[in-house]
Design a protein around this ligand. Structure first.
Ligand code: SF4
Length: 327
């Protein structure tokens, strides 16, 4: 059987604050296999971005406290890699695309030089001129017009959508095996979003990289993902293939997320947002953390925490009553 490229078991991330410890990620398990696109979805505060950032140890530790039983990329134990080895992974075998490209781009360096630097950092055998040519090719590949000329410009001379394209070019510059894309379209306007999504898909096809796509947007999930991981209150509450998840969700939270999607086929202005608010992660609810918002909740849910269990082949749900959901 194919081995997972990325394996996470029992990941926990805590942030001590003046008000108490925020349990941002509370025992997440996740496997990503070569070539697949896994979407991690949930409301803001569900722990999805913190999970993604923990993979390459991008959180500042301290204050963050990160622990896991297993955290591996290929045969690298990410818990014990040196900072230099982690840097060698980032932008090399693991490409990253963030919501805000300005955090990833250097404002005082031309776009072309930044991409060429990324190439040289991981492909030392290339000379500088070859790296610059590769930068221009990559910009062309991600749809930046007049790539040779635009490569000489600085990030502030690029629009938001073009900066996102440049960051995608950097993420794929070294033919990664894994791409982590954290809300890649959230900061963009709707027409540009579609183009950038298409580009993420193209980047994935060009490189054959497995992709972890962090998003709160189920429309994006339906477009791109093979498999979906739904997070709530720092935990995984459901995993399924994308078609199965949309056809029949097996966790009441997923049902709520799907119901809040605008429907083209129903003439209504009402959006069915999930009632209530995400929990306070300093003092999360007892039992199932979703129970204060769950229409199926009963006594057992208040006292007993549901584990993530297989409810059908390839499907897992963390609900005591998963078999009743959607029936
Ligand atoms: Fe709802 Fe109970 Fe299932 Fe939690 S365990 S999702 S509260 S029915």
């Amino acid at each position: 059987m194919t081995q997972p490229l990325l394996r996470i078991e029992s990941l926990r991330v805590d942030f001590p604050t003046d008000d108490g410890v925020v349990h941002a990620v509370d025992g997440v398990d996740l496997e990503v296999f070569p070539g697949e696109i896994v979407a991690v979805v949930g409301e803001s505060g569900s722990g999805k971005s913190v999970t993604a950032m923990s993979v390459l140890r991008l959180l500042r530790e301290p204050p963050a406290r990160v622990s896991a039983d297993v955290l591996t990329f290929r045969d690298h134990d990410l818990r014990t890699l040196s900072p230099a080895d982690l840097r060698a992974l980032r932008g090399g075998p693991v490409g990253m695309i963030f919501q805000d490209p300005m955090t990833a781009l250097n404002p005082v360096m031309t776009i072309g030089d930044q991409i060429a630097e990324a190439v040289l950092l991981h492909q030392a055998e290339r000379d500088r001129r070859a790296a610059r040519r590769r930068a221009v090719d990559l910009l062309g590949l991600v749809g930046v017009p007049d790539a040779a000329q635009r490569a000489r410009q600085y990030p502030h001379e690029f629009s938001g959508g073009m900066r996102q394209r440049a960051m995608i070019a950097m993420a794929i510059a070294n033919d990664p095996d894994l791409i982590i894309a954290d809300e890649p379209t959230t900061a963009l306007d709707v027409t540009i979003q579609a183009q950038v999504l298409e580009l993420v898909r193209k980047a994935q096809r060009e490189t054959g990289a497995a992709t972890v796509l962090i998003t709160h947007d189920l429309g994006v999930v339906a477009e791109l993902a093979d498999r979906v991981v739904v997070m709530y209150a720092g935990r995984v509450v459901e995993t399924a293939g994308v078609e199965a998840l949309f056809a029949q969700p097996r966790h009441p939270y997923t049902v709520g997320l799907l119901a809040s999607l605008p429907r083209m086929d129903i003439d209504t202005d009402e959006l069915n947002a999930i009632p209530g608010n995400p929990p306070n992660m300093i003092d999360p609810p007892s039992g199932c953390p979703f129970h204060p918002r769950c229409p199926l909740a009963r006594e057992r849910c208040v006292t007993e925490r549901p584990g993530l269990r297989e409810v059908a082949p390839g499907r897992r749900s963390a609900c005591h009553y998963a078999e009743e959901v959607g029936t």
